[in-house]
Design a protein around this ligand. Structure first.
Ligand code: 6GU
Length: 224
């Protein structure tokens, strides 16, 4: 999968994909992430990319020309399945959307800043608008990093144990059950006996129960 990202602060996106699972995905050639600096696509003096909003009011708006220059020059090289604008007023990202997006080949992400982007870009180019939660970030970059991570780890071959994404929280609308590792006893805190029983069917049944109980307690909304 190829993910291109347009940003005014591309430096913010250097580290998130340079470690751990995202790094492995890129090293294996399963995920290609490229960041483009919006300032490279403006013809305004001093690399200007934002301006005051018509109608007045506090806060700058990202201008249409640099964004359209950037989008169209990238579109000339790649046929995008989705052009996604990261914005707090977008559709809230969840596991279902991450699963769907992980099946795409080419994505273009646009990171907003200031008061957002000129509405005409949204009307004419953006195919999907995504928020990562009900709070406001300074820009779309961290949201883009979250989204790329959530999607990238679902690409077949990225995770070591290919079944492990299937047992993640949310995959079946349930939170994940508790997990334990060595030692069996720490102070007087024991690992549940069932997990040491070697009875795989019983273990599975216990995990299922725990997942359901945990979901009822913490996120009953997932069960509706
Ligand atoms: Cl995608 N962008 C910004 N700026 N803030 C957010 C967000 C996105 N999602 C939640 N808050």
């Amino acid at each position: 999968m190829k993910i291109d990202i347009i940003s005014v602060v591309p430096g913010l996106l250097e580290s998130p994909f340079a470690h751990s699972i995202m790094k492995r995905a890129r090293d294996k050639g399963l995920l290609e992430v490229t960041c483009y600096n919006l300032r490279d696509y403006t013809n305004y003096p001093r690399a200007q990319v934002d301006d005051y909003q018509f109608g007045g009011g506090a806060g700058m708006v990202m201008m249409i020309e640099p964004l359209v220059n950037a989008i169209e020059s990238l579109q000339a090289k790649t046929n995008y399945d989705e052009i996604i604008y990261l914005t707090p007023d977008g559709e809230r990202l969840n596991q279902k959307t991450a699963n769907q997006l992980s099946l795409k080949n080419n994505l273009l992400l646009i990171c907003g800043h200031y008061k957002g982007i000129d509405e005409r870009v949204r009307e004419h180019f953006i195919t999907k608008e995504i928020s990562i939660g009900d709070y406001v970030l300074s820009g779309g970059e961290l949201a883009a990093a979250v989204m790329v991570d959530a999607i990238g780890r679902l690409i077949p071959g990225v995770l070591n144990d290919e079944t492990s994404a299937l047992t993640d929280s949310f995959q079946d609308n349930l939170l994940a059950p508790p997990v334990y590792t060595r030692p069996e006893v720490f102070r007087d805190w024991k690992v549940p006996d069932i997990l040491l029983s070697g009875n795989h069917a019983k273990v599975e049944e216990w995990r299922q129960e725990q997942a359901l109980q945990r979901t009822k307690e913490r996120r009953p909304d997932l069960l509706d």
